[in-house]
Design a protein around this ligand. Structure first.
Ligand code: ZN
Length: 291
């Protein structure tokens, strides 16, 4: 069994055919580690854009990839084929957050005519693993920690490493994995991308529900308790939808407390997230989370 740590760099440009902006992969970099985490092979490929001959300034500044370097690259489909050959069939793929997978699947669909990512079956979100490990070892961290911040916390030197170049980022990720490795906990995060709902879940776009008549809205949750009496407060105005929340005024019959109750409904892949907020009736700015 081998571990592949994959990183991609992508440039955002307009895709006329689809009438939308697309993150197009311009570079693929990866390292292959054996079961004992020894580096055994590397992969690097620069891809020639099919959408533009001029990379965005943001991308060029970040990666130092020039328009010339990009134009001498190979088409995505060929790079993907070469990468698949290099990966082999007994590897677990890791990326720093699943956004690389998200962009990869989109590129596979747009530029290589495949609905799934070939060459990736077992997958681990390395960022998620490292965040868990750092927390277990007493570090206080914010979620979605960047690669360079994780390296700094683990006292790994980034000298001589070109951050935001795919191959260097995957090498640094490998060092981070070596430093935090715990096989059992790492493998508990393995996800099988061949499961039928994997890509649906990955590419699902959560959205805020703004229609009060939507069948997704559980109206039984549209009530508020008085913070003094813990009794259900009475709604005194019709529901309004503003700043992504349903909101109305409430009044407690017992103590007379009036406040604005706000409810936020968001449709996720397989559930609806519901959040309640309250703010004083007079000062709308100060709001506090109730649940
Ligand atoms: Zn009350």
């Amino acid at each position: 069994m081998e571990y592949i740590i994959l990183d991609t760099e992508w440039n955002n440009s307009f895709f006329k055919l689809h009438g939308k902006n697309v993150n197009e992969i311009i570079e693929i970099g990866a390292v292959k580690l054996d079961g004992n985490l020894n580096l055994i092979s590397q992969f690097k490929s620069v891809i020639c854009s099919q959408l533009t001959d001029k990379l965005s300034k943001r991308f060029s500044d970040l990666t130092n990839i020039t328009n010339e370097e990009m134009s001498e690259g190979i088409p995505f489909e060929i790079a993907l084929q070469q990468y698949s050959d290099w990966v082999g069939d007994d590897a677990i793929t890791l990326t720093w957050s699943d956004s690389d997978l998200y962009v990869l699947i989109e590129n596979c669909r747009l530029f290589a005519d495949c609905e799934t990512i070939p060459c990736i079956s077992n997958y681990i979100d390395l960022q998620k693993f490292v965040q868990n490990e750092l927390t277990l070892h007493g570090h206080k961290i914010k979620l979605q920690i960047s690669l360079s911040n994780a390296a700094a916390m683990l006292e790994l030197s980034t000298e001589g490493i070109e951050l935001h170049r795919a191959i260097d980022d995957s090498r640094l990720s490998a060092e981070i994995l070596q430093k935090t490795f715990n096989k059992e906990r790492l493998h508990s995060l393995i996800v099988d991308t061949l499961k039928p709902d994997f890509y649906e879940r990955l590419t699902y776009k959560p959205y805020i529900i703004s229609d009060i008549e939507s069948p997704l809205i559980d109206k039984s949750k549209m009530h508020f308790l008085c913070e003094n009496c813990n009794r259900i407060a009475e709604r005194t105005t019709p529901w309004d939808f503003k700043y992504n929340n349903f909101r109305a005024e409430f009044r407690c019959k017992k103590c007379g407390l009036s406040f604005i109750g706000k409810i936020f409904y968001k449709k996720m892949y397989d559930y609806v997230s519901v959040k309640h907020y309250k703010s004083p009736k007079i000062n709308h700015e100060r709001s506090s989370i109730q649940s």
